[in-house]
Ligand binder design. Sequence first.
Ligand SMILES: [Zn+2]
Length: 213
Amino acid sequence: MARIDALVKSGVVNPEGFYTLGGRLAIDFANSYKRIGRDREGIASFDDLLTFMKSHHLLHEDEASDLHMFHFHNPTRCQGVVETLLGLRNSFRSILVDVAAGWPLNPAFLEEVNSRLQDFKSFHRIEPTEEGMALRTVIDEDGPEKLMFPILHDIAAFLTSDHVEKTRACASEDCDLFFVNTSRNGRRRWCSMSTCGNRAKVNAYLKRQEGDA
Ligand SMILES: [Zn+2]
């Protein structure tokens, strides 16, 4: 537990162990196959998906408990949402491998995102907030499919932003986390200094010691 606390403190993961170093939801979602404190898939079940959404502040506790009940009655439909998202994550990760290597976006993936976005109807609403009133876009969907929307929306926003060319894969050989390189000098090489960056520094130091001996 001590280890995860330190990582939460440095912004590497959230308290549920999901990585938060991607720089935006789409990338954190791409990295969600890994989870600190877990050997297996980070989103292995519908409950894991609810945890992912809650821990990224995309789902209120009451909505989550409604969906939890829904899952109890309709496990198949909920499992379908999990599988669709994991399939989308796979395709998205291969897009990130491409763009991190400087390749152009695969148009087939843009089509996939477009066709999934097309399934959602939305409307606008004025809602009170802590600061006053805000105009909100509301998704006209109460079922578990609504969980896909914020993820799809941020993937689409990512694909149309300058973050595409700033996407990097961690320089560590045994790490396949992605991040958006928004460091001012553009030199960030590792997913985080608290994990891979630090290990690389230690390894470089040990190598130097060996050389001196
Ligand atoms: Zn790394």
